[in-house]
Design a protein around this ligand. Structure first.
Ligand code: NAP
Ligand code: MG
Length: 479
């Protein structure tokens, strides 16, 4: 009998009537647990608790807030191996990838523990004699957090930690596919000793709980990560009631390989960026833009490297690439591969569904050669182990193609030319640029985010998170 997990409101776990099975994508016979599908009214309860907790939390000394966040970082670190196992089991990334994500969550809590103590204001002279102007940063109130499935602990962490550090209270809704890691995080937050109501977790579907968070008048700000269509909807709902909103959405991230690149570095960047974590990263390199004279060598070396990678059960040591997260996402990946196979001029290498000892969603990495930038597969986010190879004549065409997309999260370039590296950092129409590095894999202590259809609102992470999670107040004083 699998035990059922409820929702966490006002410092207490509450049962809910309906549940959903959380299934291991590497092994469909492995049910991780039953997780609550709460009703809309649970969001009302969570917002009530968070609103009641807010005034005291705001006035809590920053040292106390820092200590509590540090205790969460320590709790995550102590349990890192168990958390990584749980994460790999529910989401399907490999154990080393899962461990990396868990440690990132710990580092984020530690970083924002320090940030809690660094909320500085400004004081300056007024233009009027005898008057001073004080600018302070204040929290927003109750923050709603809506998270996707592909980073089950890191994304809840990188939204929750700054929200709490700056004195806000939180209602978190994780994705229904991956509630277990969020529940584990909630338990660690509980054990750290936060006052009741400061952090609340409501599990359930996006159309019910996500929508309730976007539309609740008691939620001052909504921070969302997920797909572009859902993000647009969340923003429209939140902005209609003049709530603050921050969106991190999809990508169609280019990796340019110039003729002067170090081929080994280029192949490693492409394979890591496009296929590790099963390609299920918003920062994945899904368009490989290759200069003509290195194209054939790059394709041959990449296919040779892909042939060495083992797709399999995320919990097994031999596995390099875990399963696709669920059958729906697998259908999406296969749908796009079908389109690519029918596209005249393009050829799909790999992209086969394979069987392993356990029943899971195993798909080999797919490299689409002969692709063009206006092919459907080069324009829409697949969110799987699928990358298009687009041949270009020279650097200028590469930059034009790289920027010719609805998205603008991250772009990479592999080159040994200092000139090209400098020029591309300036011409790339993205929020992030990588030189001789995979497009995926960012640091937790610096600003993260994109442009165009990839992001909306202030940056996440690092000290820039303050721009979203605080509001300024300007006071004029005549003593
Ligand atoms: P999604 O389907 O858009 O879901 C994201 C979250 O929104 C989930 O918690 C979902 O709930 C919820 N949701 C669904 N419908 C909603 C509604 N009507 N109102 C409010 N919330 C709603 O995205 P996903 O499939 O989980 O994640 C993959 C996407 O995330 C990709 O597009 C990827 O690029 C993007 N992503 C972006 C970043 C970034 O930082 N830019 C990072 C990681 C992922 P349920 O799923 O539980 O129903
Ligand atoms: Mg989804």
């Amino acid at each position: 009998m699998t035990s059922a997990t409820g929702i966490y409101i006002d410092g207490t776990w509450h049962d809910v009537a309906e549940h959903r099975e959380n299934i291991n994508p590497s092994d469909h016979s492995d049910v991780i647990g039953l997780f609550g599908r709460a009703e809309r009214s649970a969001v009302d309860d969570a917002v009530d608790a968070a609103s009641r907790a807010f005034p005291a939390w705001w006035r809590t000394s920053p040292q106390r807030r820092a200590d509590l966040l540090e205790a969460v970082a320590a709790g995550i670190t102590t349990q890192a191996d168990d958390l990584a196992h749980l994460l790999a089991r529910e989401e399907g990334k490999t154990l080393p990838e899962a461990k990396g994500e868990v440690m990132r969550a710990a580092h984020i809590f530690r970083f924002f523990s320090g940030e809690a103590l660094r909320v500085v204001g400004e004081r300056q002279a007024s233009t009027r004699d005898g008057v001073t102007v004080n600018l302070v940063r204040e929290p927003l109130g109750v923050v709603g957090v809506i998270a996707p499935w592909n980073f089950p602990i890191a994304i809840p962490a990188w939204k929750t930690a700054p929200a709490l550090a700056y004195g806000n209270t939180v209602v978190l809704k994780p994705a229904e596919l991956v509630p277990a890691s969020a529940v584990a995080l909630a338990r660690i937050i509980h054990e750290a000793g936060f006052p009741p109501g400061v952090f609340n977790l409501v599990t359930g579907s996006g159309s019910v709980i996500g929508d309730a968070i976007s539309s609740h008048p008691g939620i001052a700000a909504v921070t969302f990560t997920g797909s572009e269509p859902v993000g647009r909807r969340v923003a429209a709902t939140a902005v209609a009631r003049l709530a603050e909103v921050q969106l991190e959405m999809g990508g169609k991230n280019p990796l340019i390989v110039l003729a002067d690149a170090d081929l080994d570095i280029a192949v490693e960047c492409a394979v890591n960026g496009a296929f590790f974590s099963t390609g299920q990263r918003c920062t994945a390199s899904s368009r490989l833009i290759i200069e003509d004279s290195i194209h054939d060598r790059f394709v041959d070396a990449t296919l040779a490297r892909l042939a060495q990678l083992h797709v399999g059960n995320a919990l097994e040591d031999a596995t390099d690439i875990g399963p696709v997260v669920d059958e729906r996402q697998l259908d999406t990946d296969l749908h796009y591969l079908g389109i690519a196979r029918e596209t005249v001029g393009s050829e799909v290498h790999g992209g086969e569904v394979v069987e392993r000892a356990t029943r899971g969603n195993f798909l080999t990495p797919a490299l689409i050669t002969g692709a063009r930038n206006d092919d459907i597969v080069s324009r829409e986010e697949v969110f799987g182990p699928v990358a298009s190879v687009i041949r270009v004549a020279d650097y200028d065409e590469a930059v034009t193609v790289a920027n010719d997309t609805e998205f603008g999260l991250v772009a990479g370039i592999c080159t040994t030319s200092l000139r090209a590296s400098e020029d591309f950092q300036s011409r790339s129409d993205t929020g992030m640029v990588m030189v001789n590095l995979p497009t995926a894999g960012v640091d937790p202590h610096v600003a993260f985010g994109g442009r165009k259809g990839s992001s909306f609102g202030p940056r996440e992470q690092g000290a820039h998170a303050r721009d979203f999670f605080t509001q300024t107040k300007t006071a004029y004083v005549r003593p």
